[in-house]
Write a protein that binds this ligand. Sequence first.
Ligand SMILES: [Zn+2]
Length: 256
Amino acid sequence: MEEAKSRTTGVVWDAEQFAALSTGERDSLRDSLVCTACGADAYYIREARNGRRACFGARPHRADCELASFVTDDGGGAPLDEVDELINAGDIFRIDPNRGRTIRHVRNDPSAPDSTGGSAVRYARRGRGNVRQSSMGLGRLLRQLVLREPFRRSQTLLIMSDDSRQTVRSGCVHLSEIEEKHRNRLRVYWGTIRFPRPKDDGGAWLNTGWGSPTIVINAEELAAVLERSGLEELDDLSGSFFAIMGRLRETANGKQ
Ligand SMILES: [Zn+2]
């Protein structure tokens, strides 16, 4: 989208005006940007080398927002690759956080390798008949969550890293839906990176929205994410989808 509003100053910014600000001015405003139509948290995406103009995005917008477009409102145009096969009801997936990367940049990623979508299938005997059990990386799980709204609410079983079982509906939590009951629970949390901030140790804080948890990644993870997604700079993570399996902690600064 072309415009976003600062919730603190009330000023509406055109993406080009915003791009012309100093880095410090932009940084000080980023946390306050909201959609001009629905008030949802917004993020800024700078101009890209491929000529895409600077723009704003918001994900998710609030219900019925006229500016809402779940996948493509980042201005990049290229939605997620839809190469994944449909998931059969009844399949069980062991979530393997080390398969693919913890965080996947799926915006503008049409050339993403299919390898994370490939699944090592084995048949496990479980009561009567065979239940198909496969392993699934977070990247593939994320694409399913983003692209297939019915999948988000499905009863498909996931085996978590501690061997507990969760349905997709209760085991995968969008950051906007986090409640007190999720604290300390092992879940797959997913959402959109609103903007990153570098940490002194080479890692980064990933802001995910007003009142949403901040994701902390170390230098090694950050390097892997950037390499995997073909991005050169931390800043380019703005607007990317991500998924991470872990437990929510409360810190002095809020949730993490
Ligand atoms: Zn909106």
